[in-house]
Write a protein that binds this ligand. Structure first.
Ligand code: NAI
Length: 308
C-alpha cells in the first residue's frame, strides 16, 4: 500500500516519520516543489530504519506525480504556514492555488485515492479539494479537529492531573481560533463528566487555551507547530490504511447533518478504508448549536472568497 505526502515541510515530514516508524504503509512517497528537498528529507528518514527497525520504504521526489501513481491515500500539507500574529484564514490566496493544482495532479495518477487535507485554512481547502477533485465526498477528509481535540485533551489532562488516554473530549466546528468548539459539557474522565471536577472559571480557561492552542505555539516557536499536527495526521491515515474504524473529528461534507449544507466542517466521523464512513450524531444543547451555526457561517464566508 502506498501513501503520498505532498509538502515535505514541517508537518509533511513529521507525518511521514510517524507513519514509517509504525510500518503503516509499505511505501511512502514524499513530494515537494523545492528541488531536492523531499529527496533529502526522505533519505534522512530512511537512514533511521537500521536504528528504529521499521520496514516501510520512503522515497522523496520533486514534483514528480508519476511516482505517486496507485496511492491509496494522499496527505496535502503543501502551502505556506502562518507566522506569529497571522490567522489561518490569511493563507487562503496562496494555498488555494497550490491545493487545487496538487489535487488535480493526484487524482490524475490515482483515481481511487482518499485525500487528507492539512493545508490552511483547512475547512475551506477541504471544500476546494472536494469540488476540484470530483471525488465522492467520503474520500475527502479535512484534518484539524483531530489536532484540536488532542490539544483539548492536553489542556484537560494538565488541569485535572489526569492521563490524556483516560479522557474523552472532542472539538467540533471550524479549524480556526474563533470557529472551533471544544465540547466541555460532553467531555468525560473515565466516564465521569469533567465538569464535576472543574469550576466554571477553570472550564472557561481550558476552552480558551484550547482555542488559542495553535496561536500560542506559533508565537513561541516563530512558525506553526508540527509534532502534534504530524501525529494527528498520521493517526487519521493509519485508521484508513488499517481499516481501524476509529472515531475522529474531521472536516467533511455536510448535506443536512448538524443543520448545515454544502459546507465541509468538523464533526465526529468514523474513519476506515472507505475514507470517512459515517457521521456520528451528537445531541448539542442550544448554546453549542448556536456556536456551530456561527462557526459554519464564518467558514462559509471564507469559502465565498474562493468564488470571488
Ligand atoms: P512548511 O513551510 O514547513 O512546508 C510546506 C511545504 O510545502 C514546503 O516544503 C513547500 O516547499 C511545499 N510546497 C509549496 N508549494 C508546493 C506545491 N505546489 N507542491 C508541492 N509542495 C509545495 O509548512 P508546514 O508547517 O509543514 O505547514 C503546512 C501547511 O499545513 C500550512 O498551510 C499550515 O498552516 C498547515 N497546518 C495545518 C494544520 C491542521 O491542523 N490542519 C496544523 C499545522 C499546520
Amino acid at each position: 500500500m502506498k501513501v503520498t505526502i505532498v509538502g515535505a515541510g514541517a508537518v509533511g515530514a513529521t507525518t511521514a516519520d510517524n507513519l514509517i516508524r509504525r510500518n503503516v504503509a509499505e511505501e511512502i512517497v514524499l513530494l515537494d516543489i523545492k528541488e531536492g528537498f523531499a529527496e533529502g528529507k526522505a533519505q534522512d528518514m530512511a537512514q533511521t530504519a537500521a536504528l528504529l527497525g521499521f520496514e516501510s520504504k520512503i522515497k522523496g521526489v520533486t514534483s514528480d506525480y508519476l511516482s505517486t501513481a496507485g496511492s491509496t491515500v494522499a496527505v496535502i500539507t503543501s502551502g505556506i504556514p502562518r507566522k506569529p500574529g497571522m490567522t489561518r484564514e490569511e493563507l487562503i490566496g496562496t494555498n488555494a492555488n497550490i491545493v487545487k493544482s496538487v489535487v488535480e495532479n493526484l487524482v490524475k495518477h490515482s483515481p481511487d485515492i482518499i485525500i487528507v487535507i492539512v493545508s490552511n485554512p483547512m475547512d475551506t481547502m477541504t471544500y476546494l479539494a472536494l469540488k476540484a477533485s470530483g471525488l465522492p465526498k467520503n474520500r475527502i477528509i479535512g484534518m484539524g479537529g483531530t489536532l484540536d481535540s488532542a490539544r483539548f485533551k492536553y489542556q484537560l489532562s494538565d488541569k485535572l492531573n489526569a492521563s490524556a488516554a483516560d479522557l474523552n473530549a472532542i472539538v467540533i466546528g471550524g479549524h480556526g481560533d474563533t470557529t472551533m468548539i471544544p465540547l466541555i459539557k460532553h467531555s468525560t474522565w473515565n466516564s465521569i463528566p469533567v465538569t464535576d471536577f472543574l469550576t466554571v472559571e477553570e472550564q472557561d480557561e481550558i476552552v480558551h487555551k484550547t482555542m488559542v492552542g495553535g496561536a500560542t505555539l506559533t508565537s513561541l516557536i516563530g512558525t506553526s507547530a508540527w509534532y502534534a499536527p504530524g501525529a494527528a495526521t498520521a493517526a487519521v491515515v493509519e485508521s484508513i490504511v488499517r481499516d481501524q474504524g476509529k472515531l475522529f473529528t474531521a472536516s467533511v461534507y455536510l448535506e443536512g447533518e448538524f443543520g448545515q449544507e454544502d459546507i465541509t466542517l468538523g464533526v465526529p466521523v468514523i474513519i476506515n478504508k472507505k475514507g470517512w464512513d459515517r457521521i456520528v450524531p451528537l445531541h448539542l444543547d442550544e448554546e453549542d448549536e448556536e456556536k456551530f451555526r456561527k462557526s459554519a457561517e464564518a467558514v462559509r464566508n471564507m469559502n465565498n472568497v474562493l468564488k470571488e
